[in-house]
Design a protein around this ligand. Structure first.
Ligand code: NAP
Length: 361
């Protein structure tokens, strides 16, 4: 099968650039179109300051920045798009694009909790991709990935589900890139910590419940355990660090918890998907890890770098598990996670890539 032509929406932003980097030489997807806001139209992608690592080909640098509309995308040959649009822009434009027949893998928040929108972290709830079958047939499909903090959280929690999760208490220390570019003003964050991020704590709770919910036919029955989050912004470029306490019905020991986290695998690993890290949760034994400066790019080389989360400081006290986790917010928590959703949907033949047999168990 040939590669599928795709677009990146909001390509000039931090998540958009991560998409461009991850799609470089991708075995299944070929980047043919990029969009940006009106102020950039007429420019080429190479005119935009490059703010993330990775390679950009001359061919991609020459691509013009298009308007975000279905006709422009179809004219370029792309009927599937990865969306890195800002929240409010996505709320307006994504429904228009779907009405124009464009299938979307989105990073934006507005539709994440809609009942027929799969909200997927592929190792954790890849089976929820089936929900897109219930979306209106005349429209483009919409598949969402989670908020960047939620993604790191559910990857740390999923291996603990067999212990019976009763309650989660967490404090996040979230990187500057989580606020996009230009993000937080330097004078507000230098030598400082901001103890509130608008809407973040609510998103973390609701999205965790949906992702760890059970699929019953065409609907999700959400998880119900309390998730008590305090989300803060710190002066770190990339990587969201979470300090977690998880109350469980069973009382596993520290070694048992570490073994469950290290053994965790999902369909992306079984299928050896192009963006899948061989081990999605890496357990670090050192007392002073994980650290954003040292561990944020774990997962492998190329597009796999930054796709693994790391976990350390594992402690157990009679039914409470303490740990610290770290995930790359613009890679695993955004572009890389979204691309992995597309790779899994393609491998399983699920919408928007057809609906063949060989679908998930
Ligand atoms: P960002 O750096 O602010 O980038 C957003 C980009 O969207 C801007 O560069 C802007 O481009 C572009 N844009 C604005 N209006 C547009 C339009 N009508 N058509 C096309 N492009 C348009 O933000 P980000 O961090 O990349 O986040 C993008 C999305 O991902 C947001 O919905 C965010 O909530 C979500 N997300 C972000 C993270 C993270 O860690 N940063 C994690 C998960 C999810 P111009 O240069 O043209 O102004």
């Amino acid at each position: 099968m040939g590669r599928i032509d795709v677009a990146v929406l909001g390509a000039s932003g931090l998540v958009g650039q991560r998409f461009v980097a991850a799609l470089h030489d991708h075995p299944s997807f070929r980047l043919v179109a990029l969009t940006a806001s009106e102020r950039r139209q007429g420019e080429c992608f190479g005119d935009v300051p490059w703010r993330v690592g990775g390679h950009i080909s001359e061919e991609v640098a020459q691509l013009p920045l298009l308007a975000t509309d279905a006709r422009a995308l179809r004219d370029s040959g792309a009927s599937v798009a990865f969306s890195a649009l800002p929240t409010l822009t996505a709320a307006t434009l994504e429904p228009q694009l779907r009405a124009g027949g464009i299938d979307l893998f989105t990073n934006a928040a507005p539709a994440r909790l809609e009942p027929t929108v799969p909200l997927v972290v592929p190792e954790v709830n890849g089976d929820h991709l089936c929900l897109a079958r219930a979306q209106p047939p005349a429209q483009g499909k919409l598949i969402a990935n989670a908020n960047c903090t939620t993604t790191g959280l559910v990857l740390a929690l999923a291996p603990l589900v067999p212990f019976g999760i009763r309650r989660v208490v967490l404090t996040s220390q979230q990187a500057l890139s989580g606020a996009g570019h230009p993000g937080v003003a330097a004078l507000d964050i230098s030598g400082n910590v901001l103890p509130h991020i608008a809407d973040e704590e609510e998103k973390v709770g609701a999205e965790t419940h949906k992702i760890l919910g059970a699929l019953h036919g065409p609907r999700i029955v959400p998880a119900t355990f309390p998730v008590q989050a305090t989300c803060t912004r710190v002066n770190v470029p990339d990587g969201h660090l979470l300090s977690l306490w998880v109350d469980t019905e069973l009382h596993p020991g520290t070694d048992e918890v570490a073994a469950a986290l290290a053994a965790f695998r999902g369909p992306p690993q079984e299928l050896d998907l192009p963006s899948a890290p061989p081990q999605p949760v890496v357990v670090l034994p050192q007392q002073d890890r994980p650290q954003p400066a040292k561990d944020v790019l774990l997962g492998g080389a190329g597009r796999r770098a930054g796709m693994a989360i790391s976990v350390g400081r594992i402690r157990t006290h009679g039914g409470s598990i303490g740990l610290v986790s770290l995930s790359h917010n613009t890679i695993r928590g955004a572009a890389g996670g979204s691309l992995l959703n597309a790779e899994l949907a393609l491998a399983w033949g699920l919408p928007p890539f057809g609906d063949r047999t060989g679908a998930p168990p």
